[in-house]
Design a protein around this ligand. Structure first.
Ligand SMILES: Cc1cc2nc3c(=O)[nH]c(=O)nc-3n(C[C@H](O)[C@H](O)[C@H](O)COP(=O)(O)OP(=O)(O)OC[C@H]3O[C@@H](n4cnc5c(N)ncnc54)[C@H](O)[C@@H]3O)c2cc1C
Length: 270
C-alpha cells in the first residue's frame, strides 16, 4: 500500500519577477523552494510510513529543474520520486495540471494500491487550491480538504477519520479509503533531512515521465488543454500617500481631523 504526496516547486515569493511583455515568470536567477504546504503533505506521508509501513511516493509536474524538489523529498525519507516533465505539459492551467497528475497517480496505482493522495491546501504562487480537488474528482476519490489532524486510520476496515480546520470551527469527517487529503500547516511540523539521508538522496533516482509514458491526449494537457490563461499580471498601483495633520499633537484634534477626512472621502457617513 502506498501514499502519494503531490509537491510543487514554487518561486521564493519575495523575489518573484514577471516579464511585463509575456506575463510569464522570469525564472533566471530565482531561487525555488518546495511549496510550504506540500512539505506538510509529505511529512504526513512519512508519519504514515513510520506508523503503518506505507510506501511513500512523491510526484511533481514541472520543468526539469523541479527535480530538486523531489530530491528533497527523497532526502526526507520518500521511497520513490516521479517528475512529470514534457514540453507538452507546459503552460497548463489547474485543469490540465490535474489531468496530468491524475494520469500519473493512476499509473502508480496499477503497480501498488494507493491509500491516500496528499496535497497541500494550496500553492503560494498559483494559490487556487483547485488541483487537489481536481485530482480527487477525476480519480473519483473521497476528498477531504483543509485537514489539520488525522484522528483515526484503520487499514483493515479502510476507515479514515479526520479533522478539518474551517473558519472559526472544526469539523470531524469520516470516510473510507482510498481518499484525497489537502493539508493545512497546523497538521504537523516537517522533519529535517539527516546528513546520511541527504548524501544518499544525491545519487537516488528521480524517475522522469514524459507524455510517451502517460500517453495523454495533447488536447487535454498543457496550453492546448487549458481553458483558462493569464491575460495580464500586474501589481496594483498605489496612490502616493498624503501627509495630513503635520504639527497637530493633541490626540483629540488628530481624531477629529481623521474623521473629517474620512467623511469627505465617503469612507464613513454620519
Ligand atoms: C488561469 C491560469 C492560467 C495559467 N497559465 C499558466 C501558464 O501559462 N504557464 C504556467 O507555467 N503556469 C500557468 N498557470 C499556473 C499553473 O496552472 C499552476 O501552477 C498549476 O495549475 C497549479 O495550480 P496552483 O499553483 O494554483 O495549485 P493549487 O491548486 O493551489 O495547489 C494545491 C496543491 O496541489 C498540488 N499541486 C499543484 N500543482 C502541482 C504540480 N505541478 N505538481 C505536483 N503537485 C501539484 C500541491 O500539493 C499543491 O499544494 C496558470 C494558472 C491559472 C489559474
Amino acid at each position: 500500500m502506498q501514499v502519494i504526496a503531490c509537491i510543487k516547486q514554487v518561486p521564493d515569493t519575495t523575489q518573484v519577477q514577471i516579464d511585463p511583455k509575456t506575463n510569464t515568470l522570469v525564472r533566471d536567477g530565482i531561487p525555488f523552494i518546495v511549496n510550504p504546504y506540500d512539505t506538510h503533505a509529505l511529512e504526513e506521508c512519512l508519519r504514515l510510513k513510520d506508523r503503518y509501513g506505507f510506501k511513500v511516493t512523491a510526484v511533481s509536474m514541472g520543468p526539469p529543474n523541479a527535480e530538486a524538489a523531489l530530491r528533497k523529498a527523497l532526502s526526507l525519507g520518500a521511497d520513490r520520486a516521479v517528475l512529470l516533465s514534457d514540453r507538452v505539459f507546459g503552460g497548463a492551467d489547474t485543469l490540465a495540471t490535474s489531468n496530468v497528475l491524475t494520469a500519473a497517480i493512476r499509473k502508480l496505482a496499477e503497480e501498488e494500491d494507493v491509500a491516500i493522495v496528499f496535497c497541500g491546501k494550496q500553492t503560494i504562487d498559483g494559490d487556487t487550491a483547485q488541483v487537489g480537488p481536481g485530482i480527487a474528482t477525476r480519480m473519483e476519490l473521497e476528498q477531504l480538504t483543509l485537514v489539520d489532524r488525522i484522528l483515526e486510520l484503520d487499514t483493515d476496515s479502510k476507515k479514515l477519520v479526520v479533522r478539518r480546520k474551517l473558519e472559526g470551527r472544526y469539523e470531524t469527517v469520516q470516510t473510507v479509503l482510498p481518499a484525497m487529503i489537502t493539508v493545512v500547516r497546523e497538521i504537523n511540523r516537517p522533519r529535517y533531512p539527516t546528513v546520511p539521508m541527504r548524501l544518499r538522496s544525491k545519487n537516488a533516482q528521480v524517475e522522469v515521465w514524459n507524455n510517451e509514458v502517460l500517453q495523454l491526449d495533447v488536447n487535454k494537457i498543457g496550453l492546448k488543454g487549458s481553458p483558462t490563461w493569464v491575460s495580464k499580471i500586474f501589481s496594483p498601483q498605489r496612490d502616493k500617500g498624503e501627509m495630513i495633520g503635520a504639527g497637530i499633537s493633541d490626540p483629540k484634534d488628530v481624531a477629529s481631523l481623521l474623521l473629517d477626512k474620512m467623511i469627505a472621502k465617503d469612507i464613513i457617513t454620519v
